[in-house]
Design a protein around this ligand. Structure first.
Ligand SMILES: C[S@@+](CC[C@H](N)C(=O)[O-])C[C@H]1O[C@@H](n2cnc3c(N)ncnc32)[C@H](O)[C@@H]1O
Length: 393
């Protein structure tokens, strides 16, 4: 496909997404029908679509309309590329710009310039104060690809050397001890020997740093209460002598975990909800709670346009319930750890305040916020222990 044809494909996909199609589904359906598209074409079209989703509002302003075509005009103008270069009408490229299109377009301001819905731009400012704009701007960029070196199996240098043999370049990233930033060959990581042999896992830098901040000395058991795919449980298992248990309300989400754990040489036992009590109490219960994902929107940019105040309120209810349930599973001298990949106060500090108000035997011991950065997504973690006990972990 020519560069112009790739833009035309992105235009059509953006229109489908505007009509309500989920981006991944729209891309898969398109790729299935586009037999002429090679892997490079598919990757380029995907990049156009995801970048337009990150900058949905500002590209519409700059391009002068809410259509896929206007957004791609906006994308090119934003990148200081003259749309005429690609809107030629030749082959499968988009038709040349009309006179109206040439004169359309405005400079985005405020929430539009930050590519957030108005209500979320307000919530960002309340939550992040003078860091709100930087965070919003970071969410308009592509996310870094980060790896966690599996310290139980290899050193950082061994992993860097092994990746290099598969044409993947990675360098240490100071956000976490085992973090590597992939600087070349990101698409080859999943086929690299280091990855396939469990020497490294794909994991965001902030999540890694938050897991490193959990003191595991003398912990006998750790429960990852909202384990999902088990990324956090695996990060803890690489450092711990303790028994590591993984649980999720939806056990299907953990289906790949035994295989991932075996590849990493880690021991993680999955537990059904009905089995939680049989292993309780746990020295540490980690609740990596379901959330808006606002710290990760550069990876999943559709979510920032689909989130509503009602859904956010529902999520905070779920988070409150999880904290309440999980707190009963913690050993007397143990620690309750709450985390989200959100930057919003409602899901973070406000949840902790509400929990501590409703459960006065608990006290906050440590709280960390990780901003959206070149090294990691936005992330929040709070460590709590019972007031009358000296927390050991
Ligand atoms: C943010 S994700 C976890 C990500 C995971 N820790 C990781 O590192 O890959 C949140 C998970 O919480 C689960 N969940 C939702 N409500 C829950 C509940 N009431 N109890 C336990 N897990 C719940 C969801 O199914 C989802 O897999």
């Amino acid at each position: 496909m020519t560069p112009g044809a790739r833009i035309q494909a992105a235009i059509e996909l953006l229109d489908r997404i505007s009509e309500g199609a989920p981006a991944e589904k729209a891309l898969t359906t398109w790729a299935r029908g586009a037999r002429y598209a090679g892997s490079g074409d598919r990757a380029a079209v995907r990049d156009h679509v995801f970048q337009a989703l990150r900058c949905w509002r500002s590209y519409a302003c700059i391009g002068g309309g809410e259509t896929g075509r206007a957004r791609m005009i906006g994308a090119l103008r934003s990148a200081k590329v003259d749309p005429d270069t690609f809107f030629t009408g030749a082959g499968h490229a988009p038709e040349p710009l009309s006179a109206d299109e040439r004169s359309a377009g405005t400079v985005p301001l405020g929430a539009a310039a930050c590519d957030l819905p108005d209500w979320l731009w307000d919530a960002f400012r309340v939550s992040l104060k003078d860091r709100a704009e930087t965070a919003a701007q970071m969410l308009r960029e592509r996310a870094p690809v980060m790896l966690r070196v599996n310290q139980a199996r290899a050193s950082r240098d061994q992993v860097i050397r092994s990746l290099a043999q598969d044409d993947v370049k990675a360098e240490p990233q100071p956000i976490a001890k085992n973090a590597l930033l992939v600087t070349h060959g990101a698409r080859k990581v999943a086929r690299s020997r280091a990855y396939l042999e469990g020497l490294a896992e794909l994991q965001d830098g902030s999540g890694q740093a938050a897991m490193e901040g959990i003191n595991l000395t003398d912990a006998q058991s750790v429960l990852d209460y909202c384990a999902g795919g088990g990324g956090k449980a695996l990060a803890l298992a690489a450092r711990a002598q303790a028994e590591i248990y993984a649980h999720d309300i939806d056990p299907a989400r953990m289906q790949d975990l035994p295989e991932r754990a075996a590849r990493a040489g880690a021991r993680v036992a999955t537990l059904e909800t009905s089995a939680l009590a049989s292993k309780a109490p746990y020295s540490i219960v980690l609740c990596d709670a379901p959330c808006s994902g606002s710290g990760t929107w550069r990876r999943a940019p559709e979510a920032k346009w689909r989130l509503t105040p009602e859904r956010l309120a529902e999520l905070t209810e779920i988070q409150a319930g999880i904290l309440r349930e999980a707190s009963h599973l913690v050993a007397p001298e143990g620690r309750l750890i709450y985390a989200t990949c959100s930057v919003l106060r409602d899901e973070n500090e406000d949840r902790i305040d509400a929990f501590l108000d409703s459960a006065p035997e608990w006290a906050l011991r440590k709280m960390q916020r990780f901003d959206v950065s070149e090294a990691g997504d936005g992330f929040f973690v709070a460590h709590m222990a019972r007031k009358d006990k000296i927390a050991q972990f």
